[in-house]
Design a protein around this ligand. Structure first.
Ligand SMILES: NC(=O)c1ccc[n+]([C@@H]2O[C@H](COP(=O)([O-])OP(=O)(O)OC[C@H]3O[C@@H](n4cnc5c(N)ncnc54)[C@H](O)[C@@H]3O)[C@@H](O)[C@H]2O)c1
Length: 356
């Protein structure tokens, strides 16, 4: 039986989620909710579902709701997640929340702890690794085809440059927040790196911004250069930029993971995976092109996985892209910010809660 879903926050991303649920046989979209009544009403009409103007009303009006999908944004794209997520958890509903879990690490930790206490699923839209190339890369790693993982290089960025820059962001949710890019965005690359290489134990970072931003008085730290070490002794490097330079090789993001028996590289997120075997192994390099270039396809794939896991009652610790997984990415982000503030000092990320 499809899961009854209500979406909270009907701007661009909320509508994207609502459309995915509408088209997914595992979901029955029954309600939408936005504190801006027009947004809720328009979406309700579009999807043929009931509108609500507060989550409290939606929870009262939809006692059979299986999943509350929180797609609000807020300061640094994350300050409006905590209150609806906690309210839904208090009502013991399964929750899917957009990334980042929060723009406040203490809130993010509380959300994950509360879901655990309540015994419900908390998932996060870590959509970037719900792709054929990432899944295939993971399979090769798990099958031992890469041998011992030794290094991981990730490059991720919004394409841009000096001439297309029109000054600091004007939206009060982003303006005056130096860490907007780090807090709102690094969840994605960190979660892909962790998906392939495991937990990180050490982080060291330098953040910066180009001269054209500095001259315009833009406080945004739009470039992050981060060196990491993983629990399995693999080392990693993550470079991310926000419109400072044109994207180069590998498209808007690429990751390469090198092991003692083979190396894999994902190009342009969802587009292509290449595998290079160890020289002399008798194996040939293999290229898998998906024929997909549209990043938007990560949304239905990730949402479907959440519906599948909840519908199948998987053990909570086996939930794919869980709140805990999203918290790990935020802990690395906070460690990177701390390292940057201390001139690149080595920082050990805060421990994750135990897997129960
Ligand atoms: N996973 C991805 O690839 C991806 C891509 C882009 C954005 N995002 C994330 O999606 C989220 C939403 O982004 P957006 O740009 O669509 O959001 P937005 O901030 O423009 O809009 C959020 C909507 O939520 C509503 N809202 C806020 N608090 C509410 C509450 N308590 N109850 C009901 N409604 C409430 C607002 O009125 C607004 O309509 C952000 O967290 C962002 O980081 C994810």
């Amino acid at each position: 039986m499809p899961l009854k879903v209500g979406v909270v926050g009907l701007a661009g991303i909320g509508n994207r989620h609502a459309q995915c649920h509408k088209e997914d046989p595992l979901a029955e979209l029954v309600a939408v909710c936005d504190i801006l009544p027009d947004r809720a009403d328009q979406a309700a009409q579009k999807y043929g579902v009931r509108p609500y103007h507060s989550l409290q009303e939606m929870l009262a009006g939809e006692p059979d709701l299986d999943v509350v999908d929180v797609t609000t944004g807020g300061d640094e794209n994350g300050s409006w997640h905590f209150s609806p997520v906690m309210l839904a958890l208090e009502h013991r509903r399964n929750v899917l929340v957009e990334k980042p879990l929060s723009n406040d690490i203490a809130e993010a930790r509380r959300m994950v702890a509360r879901a655990d206490e309540q015994g419900v699923y908390l998932g996060c839209n870590l959509n970037h690794y719900f792709t054929p190339p990432a899944e295939l890369a993971k399979q090769r790693i798990q099958a031992g085809e890469l041998g011992e993982l030794r290094w991981c290089l990730m490059k991720m960025g919004f394409s841009g440059g000096e001439q297309g820059y029109h000054g600091p962001a004007q939206d009060p949710r982003y303006r005056d927040f130096p860490y907007f890019h780090a807090k709102a965005f690094l969840t994605h690359p960190f979660s892909v790196m962790r998906y392939l290489c495991g937990d990180m134990t050490h982080v060291q970072a330098f953040f910066g911004r180009p001269g054209f931003r500095q001259r315009a008085g833009d406080v945004l730290l739009s470039q992050t250069s981060i060196h990491t070490r993983f629990a399995n002794d693999c080392t990693g490097y993550l470079l991310s930029t926000r419109g400072d330079t044109p994207v180069g090789m590998g498209g808007w993001w690429s990751i390469e993971v090198g092991g003692t028996r083979g190396t894999v590289c994902i190009e342009n997120c969802i587009e292509k995976l290449t595998f290079w075997p160890e020289p002399g192994s008798g194996k040939e390099p293999a290229v898998t092109s998906t024929g997909i270039t549209d990043f938007e396809q990560t949304f239905p794939r990730r949402l479907h996985a959440f519906l599948e896991d909840v519908g199948n009652h998987v053990e909570r610790r086996r939930l794919r892209a869980s709140g805990r997984d999203a918290l790990a990415a935020l802990e690395y982000t906070w460690a990177a910010m701390e390292s940057h503030e201390q001139g690149g000092r080595l920082v050990l990320p805060h421990a994750l809660p135990p897997l129960r």
